[in-house]
Write a protein that binds this ligand. Structure first.
Ligand SMILES: Nc1nc2c(ncn2[C@@H]2O[C@H](COP(=O)(O)OP(=O)(O)O)[C@@H](O)[C@H]2O)c(=O)[nH]1
Ligand SMILES: [Mg+2]
Length: 242
C-alpha cells in the first residue's frame, strides 16, 4: 500500500507521516522538494531542491515550488521506481502546500506508476479546528472531493490535532460526519451555504468520513490504532475504502 499523505499547509502531514511510518515500521518517503527531512528512506530532494531552483532560475518561492514539481514530473518514473523498491507499505509525505502537489501532472504520473507496486491510498489530513463550524467542515469536505477527483484516487479523511478540540467541538464534528447531522445543519442554514450543502450531500457518501470519522492526535496518539487498522483493511481489500 502506498499511503500518500496530503492536506493543507500545517495540517499535520509530516508529523502524522512520521508517526505512521514508525508505528508500521515502514519506510518514510519525502516528496516535498522544499523541506529537508532527516533520515527519510527516499527523499525527492536527491533529485531537486527548491532552494537551488530559486537560484538557478532567479525565481521566488512559489515559482520555484512549481518549477520543482515540473522537474519531478520529468523524472517521475525513476522516482516512482525508487519508491516501489522500498517494499510493501510506505508512507509518502507530500509538499507542505497542497496546491503545489496538485500542480501539473507530477503527482498523477508518480501515482499512476506506483499503483503497479501496490494500492495507492490518499490520507487526506484536515486540521480538525477548521471543522468546528459547519462552513469550515463543508469547505474541508469540498476540498477532499476536489483532491480525490484531481488525483483520481480514493481517500481516507483524517481530522488531525484532535487534542486541541474542546469536547463540544469534537461532538459537533462527529455529528456533521453523519448524513443526518449534515442534513440538519444544512437545513438550519437555509441560505447560500445551506443550499450548497444540500446539493453536495449526496457526495458525502463517497467519502470515508461518514462510515469512519477519524479523529487523530500526534500528541496523545488518539485514533492512530484505528487508522492503522483501516490501512491494513485497505491492503487486504486492494484499495476498497468502504
Ligand atoms: N497539538 C498538535 N499539534 C500538531 C499535531 N500534529 C501536528 N502538529 C503541529 O502542527 C504543526 C504543523 O505540522 P506539520 O506536520 O509540519 O504539518 P504539514 O505542513 O502538514 O506537514 C507543527 O508545529 C506540529 O507540531 C497534533 O496532533 N496535535
Ligand atoms: Mg510537511
Amino acid at each position: 500500500v502506498n499511503i500518500y499523505v496530503v492536506g493543507g499547509a500545517g495540517a499535520g502531514k509530516t508529523t502524522l507521516s512520521r508517526r505512521l511510518s514508525s508505528h508500521l515500521s515502514c519506510p518514510y518517503v519525502n516528496l516535498d522538494p522544499a523541506t529537508p527531512q532527516e533520515g527519510a528512506d527516499f527523499d525527492v530532494r536527491a533529485h531537486v531542491r527548491t532552494e537551488d531552483i530559486m537560484k538557478q532560475y532567479d525565481l521566488g518561492i512559489n515559482g520555484a515550488l512549481l518549477r520543482s514539481m515540473e522537474v519531478i514530473s520529468s523524472s517521475f518514473s525513476r522516482i516512482a521506481d525508487e519508491i516501489c523498491a522500498l517494499g510493501d507499505f510506505k508512507v509518502i509525505d507530500t509538499p507542505g502546500q497542497l496546491e503545489v502537489f496538485l500542480h501539473g501532472d507530477a503527482a498523477r504520473r508518480i501515482m499512476e506508476h506506483t499503483a503497479r507496486c501496490g494500492a495507492n491510498v490518499l490520507l487526506h489530513v484536515v486540521d480538525a479546528s477548521m471543522c468546528r463550524t459547519f462552513e469550515g467542515f463543508l469547505a474541508a469536505f469540498a476540498l477532499t472531493l476536489f483532491v480525490e477527483m484531481r488525483l483520481e484516487t480514493a481517500g481516507i479523511v483524517v481530522f488531525t490535532k484532535s487534542d486541541l478540540l474542546a469536547p463540544e467541538d469534537r461532538e459537533h464534528i462527529l455529528t456533521l460526519c453523519s448524513p443526518e447531522g449534515f442534513e440538519e445543519a444544512a437545513r438550519a442554514r437555509g441560505n447560500f451555504t445551506g443550499g450548497f450543502a444540500l446539493s453536495m450531500r449526496e457526495f458525502l457518501s463517497y467519502l470515508s468520513i461518514t462510515s469512519r470519522p477519524l479523529l487523530v492526535s500526534a500528541v496523545t496518539g488518539e485514533g492512530l490504532e484505528e487508522l492503522i487498522d483501516l490501512l491494513h483493511e485497505v491492503q487486504c481489500s486492494c484499495g476498497d475504502l468502504t
